[in-house]
Design a binder for this molecule. Structure first.
Ligand code: LLP
Length: 400
């Protein structure tokens, strides 16, 4: 990837996406499940640019969505509606209604109260809602507590006993069709054992549901496969698939998996530019034009992202890489060895394809940056840089 050329052409800060990497990751995972009915439903929240979703849709991917906005994005990008899943702990009535009208594969229900709402809305519409239930298997995924979701202390899903009750209720309802089961224990998973354990627990539940005539067709294992930010030892897609499949013996189900980070994380680069350097008492700061509003992972999770300064300078020392926002939390890295910089030097932040742009904000009235796709060595702009006018477009009262 020619960072210098692309930064010059599109300006900085900038997100760059390697669409070939995205494709390879998708194919690797799809192949891992070969020989078994499977759907990969890309977790749109990781990177919801329409061109990114379209790229996956063209490979046959479905979409895992967490708001009606994401469902609409998926449909607009050409995802097959029967591969779209709508999850989330707090769906509004209007979102449920629209999802039912759009006739997507299934709504993933996360509480008894929500199941009652889905039933009522389906009845109003004279439809039968295909649903799955998110089960919380109470497994510690051994990842960052903010992105761990499969423990009872988390807000997600319902416990096994409640799930059973809900399936029996759904089975009896004229307006509900329980077709799937779902679990997702966390993100950036690097250990196989918790996934396998969760899958075993949930597949046992599927067996006991079959015994009472609830015929589960879709076994949705969520997302969560980790990627390399630094020196993590990763789960191989093949081992992942084998671990899941080993828990499914005797069950005729389609496996759905919802990867986000695995598909797009390592194929994204955030490119920013040095504005100044300054030294305070004993600290050196490299001040760049990108900031926490563009990529919040380091500030929010103390996440590590590899950083490279593109210059030939061999004289290195420790520095904090910081942005222009009025917060001490506005940093990309602290105390890392970097060369002496000059204004205009490019700084590349790696592994920024997932939860980068989608978590960006306009804090400090900073326009969100441009996004560029690189595919077959050709680049194209897939989202233009926002302007000041874009930022104020929804504010309507100040003129009167
Ligand atoms: N399915 C469900 C139900 C999820 O909640 C998530 C992510 C995924 C799939 C996709 O997970 P992935 O394959 O990307 O790990 N903002 C955080 C990550 C939050 C993940 C939320 N749920 C970060 O930047 O690390």
């Amino acid at each position: 990837m020619n960072f210098n050329y692309l930064a010059k052409k599109y300006g900085t800060p900038l997100y760059l996406y390697d669409f070939d990497h995205f494709k390879n990751q998708y194919l690797k995972l799809k192949e891992a499940f070969a020989g078994r009915k499977s759907i990969i439903s890309y977790a749109v929240k990781a990177n919801s640019n329409l061109s990114v979703i379209k790229h996956f849709a063209s490979l046959g991917s479905g979409a895992d969505c967490v708001s009606i906005g994401e469902v609409k994005r998926a449909l607009l990008a050409g995802v097959n509606k029967y591969k779209i899943i709508f999850s989330g702990v707090g769906k509004r009535d209007d979102e449920i209604k629209e999802a039912l009208i759009k006739d997507i594969l299934m709504i993933n229900v996360e509480s008894e109260a929500e199941l009652a709402r889905v039933e009522a809305i389906a009845k109003e519409l004279g439809k039968i809602a295909r649903i799955s239930i998110r089960v919380n298997p109470n497994i510690d995924p051994k990842t960052h507590p903010y992105i761990s979701t499969g423990l009872h202390e988390n807000k997600f899903g319902v416990d096994i006993e409640t799930a059973k009750k809900m399936y029996i209720f759904a089975k009896k309802s004229e307006f509900l069709n329980p077709v799937g089961i779902h679990f997702h224990i966390g993100s950036q998973l690097t250990q196989l054992e918790p996934i396998k354990e969760a899958s075993a627990i949930v597949s046992d539940l599927v067996r006991s549901l079959k015994a009472i005539d609830v015929d589960i067709k879709f076994f949705d294992i969520g997302g969560g496969l980790g990627i390399k930010y630094k020196d993590e030892k990763l789960i191989e897609p093949y081992d992942y698939a084998q671990a899941i499949l080993s828990t499914l013996s005797g069950l005729d189900v389609t496996v759905i998996c919802e990867p986000g980070r695995f598909l797009v994380g390592n194929g994204g680069y955030f490119i920013t530019k040095v504005l100044y350097e300054k030294v305070n008492a004993d600290k050196r700061f490299v001040i760049v034009d990108g900031a926490m509003n563009d990529l919040i992972r380091p500030s929010l999770y103390k996440a590590y992202h590899k950083i490279e300064v593109l210059n030939e300078n061999n004289e290195k020392s420790k520095a904090n890489i910081v942005g222009p926002i009025c917060e001490s939390g506005d940093f990309f890295a602290k105390n890392i060895e970097v060369p002496k910089t000059n204004p205009g030097d490019l700084v590349v932040i790696y592994s920024a394809g997932a939860y980068g742009f989608t978590m960006a904000s306009n804090y400090n009235t900073r326009p969100r940056v441009a996004e560029v796709a690189v595919e077959n060595e050709k680049e194209r702009l897939i989202r233009r840089r926002e302007t000041f006018e874009d930022l104020i477009a929804c504010e309507i009262d100040y003129l009167v």
